[in-house]
Design a protein around this ligand. Sequence first.
Ligand code: MG
Length: 269
Amino acid sequence: MCDTCGCSNDLNQQQPAYRPVAQTMAVPVITRLLHGNDYQAAHNRVHFDAHGVLVVNLMSAPGSGKTALLEATIDALKKELRIAVIEGDLETENDAKRIRAKGVPAVQITTGTACHLDAHMVHDALHAMRLEEVDILFIENVGNLICPASFDLGQHRDVILLSVTEGDDKPAKYPVMFRAADVLLISKIDLLPLLDDFSTARAEQCLRNLANDAPVLQLSARKQSSLAPWLQYLRDELSAQRARIASGGIMPMTDHPDGTNDTMVQTPI
Ligand code: MG
């Protein structure tokens, strides 16, 4: 899999007495990589908060309908809110083109071999974005139910999609990802009548078994009427974000080894 996050190293496997040097070195390298990512993510969050932007990280398996949901969300909200999108894919600019066709700015990040976005990639993308003209920034992460959950991007909310064409036990199989969910969207529900092996109740129970009490919303990008709870969730989260900023609240900051933290960082984007 990915060459950058260590997911190709089976570090949990029972090791023989002799452990190759490359694996011995991998643990501290990955630890430093994640620490550096957390620092950059906190820095990104400072930028987002300074501009009053709500940032929503969309994660799911490939093909669960993230881009289609974004298109439908834009159609519903673009006269009400200013939306921008960062798209993450291994290759192609196809999804960013779909978003731009809706009249919304979109920056495509092509990750090459990396199976996730990281905070540095997102920061680089911000150079091509005018945050002062954005209310909600969506980050469509690379389709993958494993690695993206380990990389904070500076987002305020994690939204996980689970389509009905996947198994309803996905939360049980990928607990790290689904524990991270601030809201779970069961997508493509227009296909439910065609399927006899997906239970929305079972999917929700799998999430609850992870001690996650996040809202579970059922929707289809093809059925505008099904989007109402999702659209209201976004409005409510944006209002909460603005109230938090107005009251002087800030998201937790990551301390840097030199004793500074991101509230001290004034570097322009
Ligand atoms: Mg997509």
